[in-house]
Design a protein around this ligand. Structure first.
Ligand code: 13P
Ligand code: SF4
Length: 367
């Protein structure tokens, strides 16, 4: 089990440089902001008056700078709660964020998530400025495979279409035929199998094994996999499930599809973060346990205050790199490291595979 206390909010606020400067908030404005944060769900999550005051000094400035710069802040559900509830304009899973970023009319996207998500936004919106407040926020899956690895897999499996998880670099996306997310992988792979006896899915091996089981396909012969794993989801203990069921009678256990097949076989529901939230919303149970990154459980507690949640989660060190101070800094004075750009030729090829995902996930095209 991990520590579920609210993450600390840093004390210092760096002064804004002249380029994107806004006046200091009055004490009345800060009080109002603090009350807004408290009622957003942060008080429920354990933020004390001091935490709320520190957060308010940052969120007030961020929200003011956002307007000044015509910026939008997407936040992945694994982000810190003060980001999701204090400054994010939209909150969602990887699929929803990719769509919303593409549709946004804002000039600048300040992506509160990890690099592959910001890159996807840059791929879909080459004319927008895309900023990643925590430039080191990577992903163990995206780092597990290169474009050269994909080319090798394609040469070894001629004719097999490549479905790449969205948790990949822009270069890997450019080599794929279609991108998938946890929200649509089974559906899209099903459509690929209708046309081809063999499909390549990369880089998440555990998710690939779950997909093979769901689709009744043989790993290796029919579904070719890579050996990447998510450092958050590959460590959950399948054997602990029985113990939790005894301790919390009637508990509904939901697991992310990046967990091991041993674990997903022992739970009540398997899906992406968006599917898990929808399941909690639509069902009634005495307890819910969300086997995934801790951010989802915190968000669920604020969205469904009358439901009870049992904690079994892990923190993603990449997702937790973004904090309010980093977001403010990116808006005030974006450093070259925070700017996310994708070379035009790579972006053009990657865009085709991301757009293919939108078409196949939403049934707007025949294969
Ligand atoms: P989803 O929110 O799309 O389920 O993705 C989970 C994840 O691991 C993102 O890094
Ligand atoms: Fe990557 Fe796993 Fe972190 Fe998501 S939770 S960003 S898949 S390491």
């Amino acid at each position: 089990m991990t520590d579920s206390r609210p993450p600390a909010v840093r004390k210092s606020v760096r002064p804004a440089p002249a380029e994107f400067s806004i006046p200091q908030a009055t004490s009345a404005q800060l009080k109002e902001e603090q009350a807004r944060l408290a009622s957003s769900g942060l008080a429920e999550l354990g933020f004390c008056t001091k935490d709320l005051a520190r957060a308010a000094a940052l969120t007030w400035r961020i929200n003011a700078l956002k307007k000044l710069r015509d910026a939008v802040i997407p936040g992945h559900v694994y982000q810190r709660p003060e980001i999701l509830l204090g400054v994010a304009d939209f909150v969602g899973d990887s699929y929803q964020l990719a769509k919303l970023c593409a549709e946004s009319k804002a000039k600048t996207i300040v992506f509160c998530g990890v690099r592959f998500m910001a890159e996807t936004a840059a791929i879909l919106s080459p004319d927008k400025e895309v900023l990643l407040p925590a430039p080191a926020a990577g992903c163990s899956l995206a780092e597990s495979i290169t474009a050269a690895d994909v080319r090798r897999l394609k040469a070894e499996n001629p004719g097999a279409p490549v479905a790449a998880y969205i948790n990949t670099t822009a270069e890997v996306k450019a080599e794929a035929d279609v991108i998938v997310t946890s929200a649509n992988a089974a559906r899209i792979l099903g459509r690929l199998f209708a046309k081809s006896p063999r499909v390549i899915f990369l880089p998440d091996e555990l998710m690939g094994r779950n997909l093979a089981a769901a689709l009744g396909k043989k790993v290796g012969d029919e579904l070719v996999l890579w050996k990447g794993t998510c450092i958050v989801h590959d460590h959950f203990d399948a054997f602990a499930m029985a113990l939790y069921r005894k301790t919390y009678p009637g508990v509904r256990i939901l697991a992310h599809t990046e967990c091991s097949p041993e674990l997903t076989a022992a739970v009540d529901f398997v899906g992406g973060t968006g599917d898990m939230m929808a399941y909690v919303e639509k069902t009634r149970a005495p307890f819910y346990m969300l086997v995934t990154e801790c951010g989802l459980g915190e968000l669920a507690r604020t969205r469904f205050p009358h439901k009870r949640f049992v904690f079994m989660c892990r923190l993603c060190p990449h997702m937790k790199l973004t904090d309010l101070t980093a977001v403010l800094r990116a808006l005030e004075s974006p450093s070259p490291a925070t700017r996310v750009t994708v070379p035009a030729e790579v972006a053009a090829r990657a865009r085709l595979s991301v757009k293919r995902m939108f078409e196949l996930a939403e049934d707007t095209v025949k294969l």
